[in-house]
Design a protein. Sequence first.
Length: 361
Amino acid sequence: MRSGARSAALAWGSSQAGSSLSLAATAWLVSGLSRSPLLNGLLPAVVTLPALLPLRPKPSAYGLQLLSLLMLLAASLAGARSLPAQNTVWLIAICFLASLLFGLGRESSQLPLQQRLLERPGATAEGLRSAAELGGLLGLLLTALLFPAPAQFAPALVLLLPLALSQSSRAGSGDDSDGNGRHPDSMRARLSGAGLLQGALFGGLFALLPLWVRTVDQGRCFDFAMVLVAYGLGRALWGVLPAGMPRLRSTSASFAALAALLGLTQLMAGWSAVALFVPIGLLAATSDAALAGNLPERTDPGLAWQVLRRSGAVGGLLGSVAMGAIAQGIGLQLALPLLLLLFLTMAVVPHSSRPRPGAVP
């Protein structure tokens, strides 16, 4: 691997590690401050809300992510002490505001920063995606190993710095276009219907996961993080599996398999249930690749993945709010079985999953 491609992958992967660590740590922190399913479901919705806004892509917006980590670090230090109820409300408000800033920074800076990294010799979209999956996995593993919250947010801030420093040489140039002269306004990613549906289902699942682990399974942050690690490991495996290995290509089959695996997690206990999230993550990554390969933007891999990411974020926003409200009304114990029914419904609904000519296999 060329030095330019290696440095791009390291900076991108480090940034994704910091992002996954900060988001997972924030979700666990809020689940400890409030046991409301609706409130916990709203947190990921706040993070993905910027995907609905007509934001102008701008690399310098990455600084908002650094600012949000400073706010979360301060909130976690305050939350480490026993505080009155009214102060807890303020801590929750700070967590939500910081999460919104994080989402704004990520949504505005993700695509232009990715395009700049792809300018480096040897850098490819697939290479950056693999780095992102491995970085995300590292961030989740750190969530399990580092505790309490201040010990999580400080490393997350450090992990975000390499990408910021790698772009500092271009700061102040006034040029927000990518290396091909494209203006950020022309780089906005549209929404994909299939990506919205998939994002809604996974958004509903992971929005309530920290509260489920804490209250229903009586688990710790380590247990919550290991579930995410297993899921992230499954996603990372997608990039290293042999190209000729058989994979599910039917969207309906993928949803049916996901529903079956999620159902098994409720019948099994301990590490057996956690291990099932490895194939769940692999199936999710396989579905992502199939969806990206069928998009009209597939000739620009970076933009195709951004379309899928933005669609999944918006779908996740809708799914997390909906499942949070439903769980608030019927309880967490009934929310997951309902989600399984939704996965099964998606499995029997006809999908147009046939690859288009030239689609990425």
